[in-house]
Design a binder for this molecule. Structure first.
Ligand code: NAG
Ligand code: NAG
Ligand code: NAG
Ligand code: NAG
Ligand code: NAG
Ligand code: NAG
Ligand code: NAG
Ligand code: NAG
Length: 422
């Protein structure tokens, strides 16, 4: 009975136990200078553990557990490689082979194996899978993945930003993303995808883990290339522009890469004409010919866009002195004309009197001529009376136009006078 019971127990334990080492996880990524735990459990069928060890084969050695390389941990401390002395904590419990490695550095990158040995020649076992340790180097950086082979990003492309650290990226909690230093609350994954990237997505991106002590991060420019947007014309100086002023029209736009070509157009009636090819149009002494509606077309490698049309209004320059001189000259001219006219009239009267006396003297020679002249003069006198009578008929109405014209002249005069006051 006793023997049967022992045999049963041995059989049962054999059914659940075996010679094994189980690691979890199979590979680990940790930040430099942090601690890493290699979770490990082992089992055996008989014997007593006399030696337990963790080792790491050298890079050129076989990575299947057949070559032991350096001892990271050893139940005999003298065997531990100097690089790992005092840097490990071994669980040292029944069937628990977990090992914690402190202050990890890039030199620790590699595959780690656990081996245990019983007192029996064939009671020795190595977990041959091993655990791969990778060490992430800070800072976090953003890599831009695009479908374009030249690596350039064009508006409308599908673009994926990936947050990573050198060698590998530990996955501990949510990621955080920043654009131009501002948190993007919608982005919490390691990858951030734009299905159709816009010019508004242009900017510096950085990322990290939502973890206070691992936030060192490097910015990456998402250099979205796009054709000119919001093309506008600015006028300097702003405000009213007078003849003779210097005016600068500038064609501005949001574009990436920067604008390369500009074309200026002027619209006059239905005629659209090229007027320049520079980013600025400097009109040194503006006159009425420069007035009109303008627009510019901005161009970069990606395309072009035209601005809205702006109107350049040029105010006629006030010249009060010139006007005054003109007025004075005009008045002087009128006065001179009146004087000349008056003089001429008097002279005419004098001449006609003189002619009359001359004629009367000649009349003495020929009575016939005198009589004829007398007749004609009488006829003329009648005609004059007739005309005079006609003119006399509307006596009051002849005054009105004269009065009106006087009013008009004061109005005309008052315009430049008022302007002069300004
Ligand atoms: C190892 O660590 C112990 C305590 O943690 C310390 O007393 C000892 O000086 C360390 N030895 C070396 C070589 O660093
Ligand atoms: C093994 O030991 C480690 C370190 O002491 C501990 O964290 C872990 O929980 C243990 N595993 C088991 C299965 O007990
Ligand atoms: C961690 O290891 C580095 C070398 O890899 C060493 O310079 C540093 O002093 C160590 N830090 C601690 C806390 O032991
Ligand atoms: C991006 O970063 C670079 C370098 O720090 C800086 O020159 C540039 O102005 C930044 N761009 C934006 C849009 O913030
Ligand atoms: C980051 O962690 C803080 C608390 O530590 C939490 O309030 C915040 O919501 C987290 N942010 C993200 C994006 O997970
Ligand atoms: C961080 O960015 C700078 C400038 O872009 C670069 O020179 C440096 O190598 C980057 N550092 C890392 C660790 O990527
Ligand atoms: C843009 O300007 C460059 C010189 O500045 C000229 O060579 C090129 O032909 C222009 N492109 C167009 C499309 O006008
Ligand atoms: C249009 O304007 C241009 C430049 O001012 C001028 O040379 C051309 O004769 C004009 N054409 C018409 C039809 O007015």
């Amino acid at each position: 009975m006793f023997h049967i019971s022992i045999l049963m127990q041995l059989f049962l334990s054999a059914a659940v136990a075996s010679w094994s080492v189980l690691y979890s996880p199979k590979s680990i990524c940790v930040f430099e200078s942090s601690s890493v735990e290699f979770s490990c459990s082992f089992d055996f069928l008989y014997g007593r553990i006399v030696t337990s060890k963790w080792f790491k084969p050298r890079a050129y050695e076989k990575q299947d557990g057949s070559q032991e390389g350096r001892f990271v941990y050893h139940s005999n401390p003298a065997e531990i490689h100097k690089r790992y002395k005092n840097r490990t904590t071994f669980a040292n419990q029944d069937r628990n082979c977990s090992l914690t490695l402190h202050n990890v550095s890039k030199k620790d990158i590699g595959r780690y194996f656990f081996r245990f040995e019983t007192q029996y020649q064939f009671g020795k076992f190595t977990g041959s899978n091993g655990i791969d340790l990778n060490v992430a180097g800070l800072p976090f950086g953003v890599t831009v993945n695009t479908q374009k082979t030249n690596g350039e990003v064009y508006e409308g492309d599908s673009v994926t930003l990936r947050c990573s650290t050198e060698n590998c990226t530990p996955r501990k909690g949510p990621f955080v993303w920043f654009k131009n230093g501002l948190l993007l609350p919608q982005a919490t994954e390691q990858e951030f995808t734009f299905s159709s990237v816009s010019h508004q997505d242009f900017g510096n991106y950085s990322c990290g883990l939502n973890n206070s002590d691992r936030t060192a991060t490097n910015e990456t420019l998402l250099d979205v290339r796009y054709s000119p947007k919001n093309v506008q014309i600015t006028i300097f100086p702003s405000g009213e522009i007078e003849e003779g002023d210097s005016v600068t029209l500038k064609c501005i736009s949001n574009a990436n890469p920067a604008l390369t070509n500009y074309t200026w157009f002027k619209i006059s009636d239905t005629n659209v004409s090229y007027v320049g090819y520079d980013s600025k149009r400097i009109l040194r002494t503006v006159d009425q010919k420069d007035a009109g509606r303008y627009f510019c077309v901005a161009m970069n490698d990606m395309g072009s866009q035209s601005s809205t049309v702006i109107e350049l209004k040029v105010k006629v320059h006030d010249r009060p002195h010139f006007l005054l001189f003109t007025m004075a000259a005009l008045l002087f001219g009128i006065a001179l004309t009146l004087i000349i006219f008056g003089l001429m009239k008097r002279r005419k009267q004098f001449i006609s009197k003189k002619q009359f006396t001359e004629k009367t003297t000649t009349v003495t020679f020929t009575e016939e001529v005198y009589e004829n002249l007398k007749k004609s003069l009488q006829f003329e006198e009648n005609v004059t009376n007739l005309i005079y009578a006609d003119l006399m008929l509307p006596p009051s109405s002849s005054d009105r136009p004269r009065h009106n014209s006087q009013e008009d002249s004061t109005v005309i005069y008052s315009i430049p006078k008022n302007k002069e006051d300004h």
